[in-house]
Design a protein around this ligand. Structure first.
Ligand code: HEM
Length: 161
Protein backbone atom coordinates (compact mmCIF):
# COMPACT_ATOMS: atom_id res chain seq x y z
CA UNK A 1 0.00 0.00 0.00
CA UNK A 2 1.42 3.42 -1.00
CA UNK A 3 1.85 6.28 1.50
CA UNK A 4 -1.00 8.18 -0.21
CA UNK A 5 -3.33 5.19 0.15
CA UNK A 6 -2.37 4.77 3.81
CA UNK A 7 -3.32 8.40 4.50
CA UNK A 8 -6.61 8.07 2.66
CA UNK A 9 -7.49 4.89 4.58
CA UNK A 10 -6.61 6.59 7.88
CA UNK A 11 -8.87 9.55 7.09
CA UNK A 12 -11.72 7.28 5.99
CA UNK A 13 -11.47 5.04 9.02
CA UNK A 14 -11.20 7.76 11.68
CA UNK A 15 -12.89 11.18 10.95
CA UNK A 16 -11.08 12.60 14.00
CA UNK A 17 -8.01 12.78 11.77
CA UNK A 18 -9.71 15.53 9.73
CA UNK A 19 -10.09 17.60 12.83
CA UNK A 20 -6.51 16.93 14.01
CA UNK A 21 -5.10 17.82 10.58
CA UNK A 22 -7.10 21.06 10.53
CA UNK A 23 -5.83 21.96 13.96
CA UNK A 24 -2.24 21.16 12.94
CA UNK A 25 -2.55 23.40 9.87
CA UNK A 26 -3.97 26.20 12.03
CA UNK A 27 -1.08 25.93 14.53
CA UNK A 28 1.56 25.96 11.79
CA UNK A 29 -0.15 28.89 10.04
CA UNK A 30 -0.41 30.89 13.29
CA UNK A 31 3.23 30.26 14.06
CA UNK A 32 4.46 31.34 10.61
CA UNK A 33 2.06 34.23 10.11
CA UNK A 34 3.86 37.65 10.45
CA UNK A 35 1.17 39.06 12.81
CA UNK A 36 0.11 35.93 14.66
CA UNK A 37 -2.00 37.45 17.38
CA UNK A 38 -3.54 40.83 18.02
CA UNK A 39 -1.88 41.27 21.42
CA UNK A 40 -2.09 44.63 23.24
CA UNK A 41 1.20 46.54 23.42
CA UNK A 42 2.96 46.08 26.74
CA UNK A 43 2.90 49.24 28.83
CA UNK A 44 4.78 50.15 31.96
CA UNK A 45 2.46 50.85 34.87
CA UNK A 46 2.22 54.53 35.72
CA UNK A 47 4.68 55.61 38.38
CA UNK A 48 4.59 58.63 40.66
CA UNK A 49 7.80 60.10 41.99
CA UNK A 50 7.58 61.25 45.62
CA UNK A 51 8.70 64.88 45.67
CA UNK A 52 8.30 68.27 47.28
CA UNK A 53 5.56 70.69 46.23
CA UNK A 54 5.44 74.41 46.89
CA UNK A 55 1.91 75.88 47.11
CA UNK A 56 2.31 77.20 43.54
CA UNK A 57 3.39 73.80 42.22
CA UNK A 58 0.56 72.06 44.05
CA UNK A 59 -1.92 74.48 42.43
CA UNK A 60 -1.21 72.85 39.07
CA UNK A 61 -2.92 69.67 40.28
CA UNK A 62 -6.41 71.02 40.71
CA UNK A 63 -8.20 68.68 38.29
CA UNK A 64 -9.43 71.47 36.00
CA UNK A 65 -9.59 68.95 33.14
CA UNK A 66 -10.46 65.26 33.25
CA UNK A 67 -6.81 64.53 32.37
CA UNK A 68 -5.32 66.56 35.24
CA UNK A 69 -4.56 64.79 38.47
CA UNK A 70 -5.93 66.18 41.72
CA UNK A 71 -3.52 66.60 44.61
CA UNK A 72 -4.32 67.99 48.03
CA UNK A 73 -2.21 69.06 51.00
CA UNK A 74 -3.04 67.74 54.48
CA UNK A 75 -0.75 68.33 57.48
CA UNK A 76 2.31 68.93 55.30
CA UNK A 77 1.68 65.82 53.19
CA UNK A 78 0.49 65.78 49.59
CA UNK A 79 -2.08 63.14 48.58
CA UNK A 80 -3.27 62.06 45.16
CA UNK A 81 -7.04 62.38 45.54
CA UNK A 82 -7.81 61.93 41.84
CA UNK A 83 -10.01 58.92 42.53
CA UNK A 84 -12.17 61.24 44.66
CA UNK A 85 -12.86 63.48 41.64
CA UNK A 86 -16.56 63.57 42.59
CA UNK A 87 -15.55 65.34 45.80
CA UNK A 88 -12.64 67.49 44.57
CA UNK A 89 -13.33 68.03 40.85
CA UNK A 90 -14.36 71.54 39.67
CA UNK A 91 -18.05 70.70 40.26
CA UNK A 92 -17.48 68.74 43.47
CA UNK A 93 -18.52 70.03 46.92
CA UNK A 94 -14.90 70.22 48.07
CA UNK A 95 -13.45 71.54 44.81
CA UNK A 96 -11.82 74.43 46.73
CA UNK A 97 -9.39 71.95 48.29
CA UNK A 98 -8.09 70.69 44.94
CA UNK A 99 -4.46 71.66 44.43
CA UNK A 100 -4.36 73.42 47.80
CA UNK A 101 -3.34 72.90 51.43
CA UNK A 102 -6.69 71.85 52.92
CA UNK A 103 -5.46 71.51 56.53
CA UNK A 104 -7.19 74.56 58.01
CA UNK A 105 -10.50 73.76 56.28
CA UNK A 106 -10.38 70.17 57.52
CA UNK A 107 -9.56 71.32 61.05
CA UNK A 108 -12.43 73.81 61.11
CA UNK A 109 -14.85 71.67 59.06
CA UNK A 110 -15.28 74.36 56.47
CA UNK A 111 -14.63 74.34 52.77
CA UNK A 112 -14.88 78.13 52.50
CA UNK A 113 -12.30 79.88 50.33
CA UNK A 114 -11.00 81.90 53.29
CA UNK A 115 -9.73 78.64 54.82
CA UNK A 116 -7.08 78.56 52.09
CA UNK A 117 -3.73 80.30 52.41
CA UNK A 118 -2.90 82.34 49.27
CA UNK A 119 -0.34 80.44 47.20
CA UNK A 120 2.15 83.31 47.27
CA UNK A 121 2.20 83.29 51.08
CA UNK A 122 4.22 81.04 53.46
CA UNK A 123 2.59 77.74 54.45
CA UNK A 124 -0.10 77.87 57.14
CA UNK A 125 1.53 77.02 60.50
CA UNK A 126 -1.87 76.13 62.05
CA UNK A 127 -0.56 77.40 65.40
CA UNK A 128 -3.85 79.02 66.36
CA UNK A 129 -5.96 75.85 66.12
CA UNK A 130 -7.90 74.72 69.21
CA UNK A 131 -7.57 71.22 70.66
CA UNK A 132 -10.85 70.16 69.00
CA UNK A 133 -9.74 71.52 65.66
CA UNK A 134 -6.41 69.67 65.90
CA UNK A 135 -8.31 66.45 66.69
CA UNK A 136 -10.61 67.01 63.72
CA UNK A 137 -7.59 67.59 61.49
CA UNK A 138 -5.85 64.46 62.80
CA UNK A 139 -8.96 62.38 62.08
CA UNK A 140 -9.06 63.68 58.51
CA UNK A 141 -5.33 63.06 58.20
CA UNK A 142 -5.86 59.39 59.14
CA UNK A 143 -8.70 59.19 56.61
CA UNK A 144 -6.44 60.47 53.83
CA UNK A 145 -3.59 58.19 54.84
CA UNK A 146 -5.87 55.16 54.52
CA UNK A 147 -7.73 56.16 51.38
CA UNK A 148 -5.23 58.00 49.17
CA UNK A 149 -1.68 57.63 47.95
CA UNK A 150 0.92 59.86 49.57
CA UNK A 151 2.81 61.51 46.70
CA UNK A 152 4.88 64.21 48.33
CA UNK A 153 5.56 66.88 50.94
CA UNK A 154 4.41 70.47 51.05
CA UNK A 155 7.29 72.95 51.28
CA UNK A 156 7.61 76.70 51.31
CA UNK A 157 8.54 78.47 48.13
CA UNK A 158 12.15 79.68 48.52
CA UNK A 159 11.14 83.06 47.05
CA UNK A 160 8.59 83.51 49.83
CA UNK A 161 10.43 82.30 52.88
C1 HEM B 1 -23.45 70.13 54.70
C2 HEM B 1 -22.90 69.22 55.45
C3 HEM B 1 -22.15 68.08 54.84
C4 HEM B 1 -22.64 66.96 54.29
C5 HEM B 1 -24.10 66.56 54.14
C6 HEM B 1 -21.50 66.15 53.87
C7 HEM B 1 -21.59 64.91 53.27
C8 HEM B 1 -20.54 64.11 52.96
C9 HEM B 1 -20.63 62.77 52.47
C10 HEM B 1 -21.93 62.01 52.18
C11 HEM B 1 -19.39 62.31 52.28
C12 HEM B 1 -18.98 60.96 51.72
C13 HEM B 1 -18.60 60.03 52.84
C14 HEM B 1 -18.07 58.74 52.29
O1 HEM B 1 -18.66 58.16 51.40
O2 HEM B 1 -16.99 58.33 52.75
C15 HEM B 1 -18.49 63.36 52.67
C16 HEM B 1 -17.13 63.27 52.64
C17 HEM B 1 -16.29 64.30 52.93
N1 HEM B 1 -16.63 65.52 53.43
FE1 HEM B 1 -18.49 66.18 53.76
N2 HEM B 1 -20.37 66.82 54.16
C18 HEM B 1 -20.70 67.99 54.73
C19 HEM B 1 -19.87 68.97 55.17
C20 HEM B 1 -18.50 68.94 55.02
C21 HEM B 1 -17.62 70.02 55.43
C22 HEM B 1 -18.03 71.33 56.07
C23 HEM B 1 -16.38 69.64 55.07
C24 HEM B 1 -15.15 70.48 55.28
C25 HEM B 1 -14.05 70.01 55.70
C26 HEM B 1 -16.48 68.31 54.49
C27 HEM B 1 -15.42 67.57 54.01
C28 HEM B 1 -15.51 66.29 53.54
C29 HEM B 1 -14.37 65.51 53.11
C30 HEM B 1 -12.92 65.96 53.05
C31 HEM B 1 -14.85 64.25 52.73
C32 HEM B 1 -14.05 63.05 52.32
C33 HEM B 1 -13.95 62.90 50.87
C34 HEM B 1 -12.96 61.78 50.57
O3 HEM B 1 -13.07 60.70 51.12
O4 HEM B 1 -12.06 62.07 49.78
N3 HEM B 1 -17.77 67.93 54.48
N4 HEM B 1 -19.22 64.44 53.09
Amino acid sequence: MSLQETFLTQFQENPLNWFLSGFLIYVIYSYLSPVPYNLPTAKHTETTVFREYTPKQLREFDGRTQQTKIYMGVCGNVYDVTKGRNFYGPDGPYGNFAGRDASRGLAKNSFDVDMLTPIDQPLDTLEDLTREEIESLNDWHSHFNVKYQLVGKLVNDRDVF
